[in-house]
Write a protein that binds this ligand. Structure first.
Ligand code: APR
Ligand code: MG
Length: 219
C-alpha cells in the first residue's frame, strides 16, 4: 500500500471520520479526433458546482449503507443512472488533503474505477445531461479527459493544468499509469507542459486582476 493510503477495513474502523466515494468510469474507443488523432479511451469527469474538476460520487454513511450502495445512490443523482458498483472496483482510500499541514483530515475518500462499454458510457453522458437531478446544480456538466497531446501542446497538458477537487488530479494520473492508458514518458511530457501553462495562467490572472482593480477604483 502506498504511503498515506489506508486499508478498506482501517478506513471503515476510523471513528468520527466521514466517507466519500468517487468513481472513474471509462471505456476503450476506436474514435479518432479530426479523423486522425486516436482518442483511445473515454474517461468521464465532471465540472462540479464549485468550479473544480472531479469524479462523480459523494458522501456515503457506512452505518446506513455499504460504500458501494452509497456510491450507486450518488451516481443516480449525478448521472441519472443507478450504475452497480462492486467492492472489486475499489482501488484505494486515503484521508482527503487536510486544510493545514499539521492536521489530519477527518474525511476519507474512497476511489473506484469501472470499465464499461462505449455505448454504456454514451448513455451515461446522455442521461447526465437530461434526467440527472443534479444536472446544472451540483454538476455543471460531464467532461471527457483528452488523452492525446496535439502538436501545438493541446490536449492532456492543458486539461491537467485546470483546478481539481482534493486529490482528483492524482487519482486520474495514477489511474492512467496503472491501467496503461498512456506511456509514462508521454504523461511526463504533458505534466511538464502543464506546469508551464500554470505560469502563463498566473500571469494572465494577474493582468485580469490589475484591470479589475483599475475599474474598481474608477467606480
Ligand atoms: N479527493 C479528495 N476529496 C474529494 C475528492 C477527491 N478526489 N472528490 C471529492 N472530494 C471531497 C469534496 O471536497 C467533498 O468535501 O469529498 C467530499 C464529498 O464529495 P462531493 O462529491 O462534493 O459530495 P456530494 O455528496 O456529491 O455533494 C456535495 O457537499 O460540499 C457539500 O453542500 C455541498 O451539497 C453539497 C455536497
Ligand atoms: Mg459529488
Amino acid at each position: 500500500m502506498a504511503s498515506g493510503q489506508l486499508s478498506r477495513a482501517g478506513a471503515l474502523a476510523c471513528s468520527g471520520c466521514r466517507h466519500a466515494c468517487h468513481v472513474m468510469l471509462y471505456c476503450d474507443t476506436k474514435t479518432q479526433l479530426f479523423g486522425r488523432i486516436p482518442i483511445r479511451h473515454i474517461i468521464l469527469m465532471q465540472m462540479r458546482f464549485d468550479g473544480l474538476l472531479g469524479f462523480p460520487g459523494g458522501y456515503v454513511n457506512p452505518s446506513e449503507e455499504t460504500l458501494e450502495a452509497g456510491l450507486s445512490r450518488e451516481l443516480l443523482e449525478e448521472l441519472g443512472v443507478a450504475l452497480p458498483i462492486s467492492a472489486e472496483d475499489h482501488v484505494d482510500c486515503c484521508h482527503a488533503p487536510a486544510s493545514s499541514p499539521s492536521s489530519t483530515s477527518r474525511l476519507i475518500t474512497h476511489f473506484y474505477v469501472k470499465k464499461m462499454e462505449e455505448e454504456q458510457i454514451k448513455e451515461v453522458e446522455k442521461e447526465a445531461a437530461s434526467t440527472a437531478t443534479d444536472h446544472g446544480q451540483e454538476v455543471l456538466g460531464m467532461v471527457r479527459v483528452p488523452l492525446y497531446n496535439t502538436k501545438n501542446g493541446g490536449g492532456l497538458a492543458p486539461f491537467l493544468s485546470h483546478s481539481f477537487i482534493g486529490n482528483a488530479r492524482s487519482q486520474l494520473v495514477d489511474s492512467l499509469l496503472r491501467l496503461d492508458m498512456i506511456a509514462p514518458e508521454e504523461l511526463h511530457k504533458a505534466l511538464a507542459h502543464s506546469l508551464k501553462i500554470h505560469t502563463h495562467t498566473a500571469e494572465d490572472l494577474q493582468a485580469a486582476l490589475t484591470r479589475t482593480e483599475a475599474k474598481r477604483n474608477w467606480f
